[in-house]
Write a protein that binds this ligand. Structure first.
Ligand code: HAM
Length: 428
């Protein structure tokens, strides 16, 4: 037989059992908050037709140009893509099932996304997002409510210290005027532009503002600002949003250079950033995308949403010492095979009826080895189903951890009432 050992795909991680508790805590906490704001779950397939993303995210974006896992379905020639984000997929689904006819939608989703990026700390090729989309509502109240919801999620997760950056991308005619001004400005400074910027000059000049190239920072800092091109309506939209966010006591900074990496945004854009995670400190991003629903074939309707990178939020939870400890079991049942194993398994079932987490030692081993397993399982109590005790109609129970109030000494219990007594001791 071949001895070849396989490794996972580069940039794609296993979630190991030791990490299950922190993933579950993140999802349960976030969903608990989302539900308090009326959000309902939606699940879409991991594969979509490539056009959903080329149209939705935009042709001239890093995601579509360089990062999508796209392939031709060899069975029927369809062009498919592993979803690099979920907003376009949710909008595709909402359009397909006419969920916005005479209704608004508040939706949340959670799952893996795929981008062929250079893997590094906090940046993976398969990563997970938990996100929400509010569809059919014009804002800015719903935009502000989304910010309040996120602030509440950070607070309940115990990762308080995250910075909120806000910006507006205005409305289309304002962006066009700004775009023309940008092109003119960058044309006059061609010698400072790097290759990426030159390539984007006429296709997506706004993205040049997003450059990480230190040699272009001065140029970019002095570039025409969209804020100066905003009309009254866009200014009022931003002002009302700021007012609502401030009234809720949430601190923020306006970052005029925040443009986001996807093309579907207008008006509100935002990011939540932490300094605790190094270069990949953006734990959540989002904004308003009023053109998207129509761009993907639906009747025009507004939308706003966000997605958080779960790997990054989990790393931040670790940095903040907010990793929950969850043992594998509460009770470990030790027996000596034969009929004692039957009794042990039945007692375990009775404990599970009472809602207790129980493991029965598998197979047959010596007492010492079973005790070692019981200890390693993290159980609070070991239960002994020994032959002589069972013959007398009892089992015994002993606490495994220091400071445990019940059963500090090994104690015999009548078999009939054992499950209820142990469940009560665990709950005390
Ligand atoms: P995004 O900014 O591309 O927005 O991604 C949202 C978050 O996902 C990022 O802030 C980051 O935390 C995480 N993330 C992105 N790429 C990676 C990666 N390669 N590895 C680990 N984490 C990553 C969107 O995807 C939009 N769909 C958000 C949205 C929803 N806008 C409106 N509605």
């Amino acid at each position: 037989m071949s001895k070849e050992k396989f490794a996972g795909v580069k940039g794609m991680n296993d979630m190991l059992p030791a990490d299950a508790a922190v993933w579950q805590t993140l999802q349960q906490t976030a969903v608990g908050v989302l539900e308090r704001y009326g959000y309902q779950e939606i699940r879409t397939p991991i594969l979509e037709n490539t056009k959903v993303f080329t149209r939705g995210v935009g042709e001239v974006t890093d995601i579509v140009e360089k990062e999508m896992y796209s392939f031709t379905d060899s069975m029927n020639g369809d062009q498919l893509t592993l979803r690099p984000e979920c907003t376009s997929a949710v909008v595709r689904s909402v359009n397909e099932h006419s969920l916005l006819y005479g209704a608004t939608q508040r939706l949340w989703y959670c799952g893996p996304m795929f981008r062929h990026e250079r893997p590094q700390r906090g940046r993976y090729r398969q990563f997970h997002q938990l996100g929400a989309e509010a569809l059919g509502m014009e804002g800015p109240d719903i935009d502000a409510e989304m910010i309040m919801m996120l602030a509440r999620i950070w607070k309940e997760l115990g990762v308080g210290d995250v910075r909120l950056e806000l910006n507006t991308l205005g409305a289309l005619p304002e962006r066009q005027a700004h775009r023309e001004a940008l092109i003119k400005y960058f044309e006059g400074n061609q010698d400072v532009l790097d290759e990426d910027a030159r390539r984007r000059l006429y296709t997506n000049p706004l993205r040049i503002l997003d450059t990480k190239n230190p040699e272009m920072q001065e140029l970019v800092n002095a570039a025409p600002r969209l804020l100066d091109f905003l009309g009254e309506e866009s200014r009022a939209f931003l002002a009302r949003m700021e007012q609502l966010v401030s009234a809720a006591g949430i601190e923020y900074v306006i970052n005029p250079r925040l443009v986001r990496g996807l093309d579907y945004y207008n008006h509100t854009v935002f990011e939540w950033i932490t300094d605790k995670l190094g270069a990949q400190g953006t734990i959540c991003g989002g904004g308003r995308y009023d053109p998207l629903i129509e761009m993907l074939g639906g009747r025009p309707a507004p939308g706003v949403g966000f997605a958080m990178g779960m790997e990054r939020v989990i790393e931040l939870m670790r940095e903040c010492g907010r990793v929950p400890v969850r043992t594998q079991t509460d009770v470990y049942v030790i027996h000596s095979g034969g009929d004692t194993q039957v009794q042990a398994m039945l007692l375990a079932e009775a404990l599970r009826d009472a809602g207790v987490r129980v493991m029965v030692h598998p197979g047959k081993s010596g007492f010492k080895s079973q005790m070692k397993k019981a200890d390693a399982s993290g159980a609070r109590f070991a239960v002994f189903a020994a032959e002589d005790e069972l013959a007398a109609g009892t089992v015994s129970v002993k606490a495994l951890r220091e400071g445990e109030k019940s059963y500090a000494e090994q104690t015999a219990l009548p078999l009939a009432g054992a499950a209820a007594a142990i469940a009560a001791a665990l709950a005390a």
